[in-house]
Design a protein. Structure first.
Ligand SMILES: Cc1ncc(COP(=O)(O)O)c(C=O)c1O
Length: 372
């Protein structure tokens, strides 16, 4: 597989930058594996903090951090001064909504595949989610019908997961952006799953993401781009001053590595990996793939054989991770219905390989599915 699909050199380079994994890691949608250099630069920064003090070390890292901000800005489609570091995708969303002039009881339009924890954030501000219409069972938005709903409901904003958490599904955010602009309604895009995975989102008024997933930066760092003028006055509340600066340094290094690998090649290879994996995994051991084979992303969602409960899938995921279900430990994610409560999706197993996945990794998984 490594050599037969797009950009094998990018897969080889990605592998060369990293430690040899101790597991078959098919879980980048949860947290990607950082490179050796990301780990080294973060520990160097922590050492500088210990030697010269946190604030002097922070000042020394200023250039690296601003290069990181500029790189993130390019990938999010904003100017560097419109980009803020946060602690996670969720903290970015909380800060955005906190800074927006929204009133409790206002509607917010979302896709039915909206991420459950985001709905909890909306509920905490008293906002009412209104699901937009979709065209198919996978959940692609129907943009014409959505335009009618948006015009009728006049929501405080539209919120879209470019790629949701529980299925390989890529929404056309540029098209939704055009709909929202025509209606004069702001569009906020959650790029937690799409950042450094699929081509950047253009056309949203705010886009937020997280470092640790497809970019393979550290945990505990997020980022948000906000069009100037979207928020009234309190923009400074978006970025905490006191923060894990070593994490932001690691994020900046991961961004630089992504740019060196070549974002266009990364997106193409990840999409091709998803297509190959889905074709390979569909039907194995009676499991079925829930998205379209050709969806342009690396995520495969497997629905269990007839008669399995969500709890069975969860147990199987744990057996894979512990190494008792296959000849190697395989790390995947169990997807419970709480990830997308508006859809009430059944329990499933998420497979999210990165650029260095090989034929052998999928063989090991297929053998485990066959014998489950
Ligand atoms: C679609 C989506 N949005 C938001 C998040 C939250 O990201 P974070 O954990 O960085 O807050 C996730 C995390 O899994 C996600 O999948």
């Amino acid at each position: 597989m490594t050599n037969s699909i797009a950009h094998p050199e990018v897969g080889a380079e990605f592998r060369a930058l990293r430690y040899e994994p101790d597991v078959v890691h098919l879980d980048s949608a949860a947290a990607g594996r950082a490179s050796r250099n990301v780990v080294a630069r973060m520990s160097e920064h922590l050492e500088r903090e210990a030697r010269v003090g946190g604030y002097v070390a922070h000042a020394e890292a200023a250039e690296t951090l601003e290069r990181g901000r500029a790189a993130a800005a390019g990938l999010l489609g904003f100017a560097p001064h419109e980009v803020f570091f946060t602690e996670s995708a969720r903290s970015a969303l909380l800060a955005l909504v906190h800074n927006m002039p929204v009133e409790a009881g206002s509607p917010v339009c979302v896709a039915p595949s909206e991420f459950g924890p985001n709905l909890t954030v909306f509920a905490s501000f008293g906002l009412r989610p209104i699901p937009l219409p979709v065209t198919d069972r996978v959940g692609h938005l129907d943009y014409e019908a959505s335009a009618e709903v948006i015009a009728r409901e006049r929501p405080a904003f539209v919120h879209i997961c470019v790629h949701p958490s529980h299925r390989g599904l890529v929404q056309d955010v540029a098209r939704l952006g055009a709909v929202c602009r025509a209606a004069g309604v702001p569009l906020i895009a959650d790029a937690a799953q799409s950042f450094a995975h699929i081509p950047p989102v253009l056309g949203a008024d705010a886009v937020y993401a997280t470092s640790r997933k497809w970019l393979c930066g550290p945990r505990g760092v997020g980022v948000v781009g906000v069009r100037s003028g979207l928020l009234p006055a309190k923009e400074l509340l978006l970025e905490s001053v006191e923060a894990n600066i070593a994490g932001r340094v690691g994020f900046a290094v991961a961004l630089a590595e992504h740019l060196t690998l070549g974002p266009a090649a990364v997106y193409e290879r990840l999409a091709a990996i998803g297509q190959v994996a889905r074709a390979r995994l569909h039907g194995a051991g009676g499991w079925s793939v829930s998205e379209e084979v050709e969806e342009p992303c690396a995520v495969t969602t497997l629905l269990p054989p007839h008669g399995w409960s969500g709890r069975d899938v969860q147990g199987f995921r744990e057996a894979l991770a512990a190494g008792t279900a296959a000849s190697a430990r395989i790390v995947t994610t169990y997807l419970g219905p709480e990830r997308a409560p508006l859809e009430d999706a059944p329990g499933a197993l998420r497979i999210s390989p990165h650029l260095d996945v090989t034929e052998r990794h999928l063989d090991v998984l297929v053998a485990a599915l066959d014998s489950a």
